[in-house]
Design a binder for this molecule. Structure first.
Ligand code: SF4
Length: 320
């Protein structure tokens, strides 16, 4: 097993709203090894993006981390003062490719300047040198270095996404979180971006957390997978094992819902119902109102995440 670079234990992130407490991430744990890709999948609103922001200690108010640990090389960053996290961890050790590239870029600065900024701030690099490094990074992303002098509105969607990836890699972090990095891109550009991430992972040796609702992307890229439902991980492990032998009824439903271009025409499969309101999640197994196999115990007792075979965990009473 690869040496762990990130260990997350019983992490809880709640939003304290006027209408109640939203338990967006509720006791999540996983390990990411050096050079590994962990895919996190689940429906919209299951807590994937909140988890990503939490790992960077960037949860916006009224949200906050209310429990658990985030260990980067053994150091728990949950209780560290913000200036220490900013100086020693965020962007330098763990960075993020944000969802929707256009929103992640400042429209009034050239993209070269935006890539150079963290180099000036964190490394004290002179502006000229930082801009040179930005051009090198842009080239590494497969774009002409002259792109550095352009503004975000002058770039295509695929070019902007590459620039956002360059920003995330500027300080050579050990861990990169890519939150839906290919959403809103056409399939050709999507394939280019995924190939770029694969190439960078090999060349730089970074570990990657890939967040997506698209299971085909996760299957293509990930060594390990975590399936999230209603703020919890319900299945976790080696991606080949999870994809070839999905155990949790929710994972099975998600996989069955992926359209197959070779299958005969007919009804598309889907999971009935919708995810619960996380202010008042169902008692017991949170999936029980949508589960065709739910029994009495499922409605009252929460199933623990247990290892059912090597590197394959599931939280479901069918396997306990
Ligand atoms: Fe379905 Fe029960 Fe398993 Fe939950 S614990 S997924 S309700 S069978």
């Amino acid at each position: 097993m690869a040496e762990p670079v990130l260990q997350v234990e019983k992490l809880k992130i709640y939003y304290y709203t006027l209408r109640g407490i939203v338990r967006a991430v509720d006791g999540v744990g996983f390990t990411l090894g050096k050079g590994e890709v962990l895919g996190i999948a689940g429906e919209s609103g299951c807590g994937k993006s909140t988890l990503a922001y939490g790992l960077l200690r960037l949860v916006p108010p009224p949200g906050r981390i209310t429990g658990g640990r985030i260990l980067i090389d053994g150091v728990d960053i949950v209780g560290l003062p913000e200036p220490v996290v900013r100086k020693k961890f965020r962007w330098t050790r763990i960075s993020m490719v944000f969802q929707a590239a256009m929103n992640a870029l400042n429209p009034v600065y050239t993209v070269g300047y935006q890539i150079a900024e963290p180099l000036m701030y964190h490394k004290g690099m002179p502006k000229k040198e930082a801009l040179e490094e930005a051009r090198r990074l842009i080239q590494l992303m497969g774009l002409p270095p002259s792109i550095a002098d352009r503004y975000p509105h002058e770039l295509s969607g695929g070019q902007k996404q590459r620039v956002v990836i360059a920003m995330a890699l500027a300080l050579k972090p050990d861990i990169v979180i890519a939150d839906e990095p290919t959403t809103a891109l056409d399939v050709v550009v999507q394939a280019q971006i995924l190939n770029l991430l694969k190439k960078l992972k090999m060349e730089i040796g970074m570990s990657l957390i890939l967040i997506s609702h698209d299971l085909s992307i996760i299957a293509e890229m990930a060594d390990k997978i975590a399936i999230m439902y209603a703020g919890k991980i319900v299945e976790y492990g080696d991606s080949i094992k999870v994809f070839t032998n999905p155990l949790h009824p929710y994972t099975r439903g998600l996989i069955a819902a992926v359209p197959d271009i070779r299958a005969p025409k007919g009804k598309l499969s889907y999971i009935p119902g919708s995810p619960p309101d996380l202010r008042r999640p169902p008692k017991g197994c949170r999936f029980h109102p949508r589960c065709s196999r739910a029994g009495k115990r499922c409605m009252t007792e929460e199933p623990p995440l247990i290892e059912v075979e090597k590197d394959h965990y599931v939280a479901c009473w069918l396997y306990a």
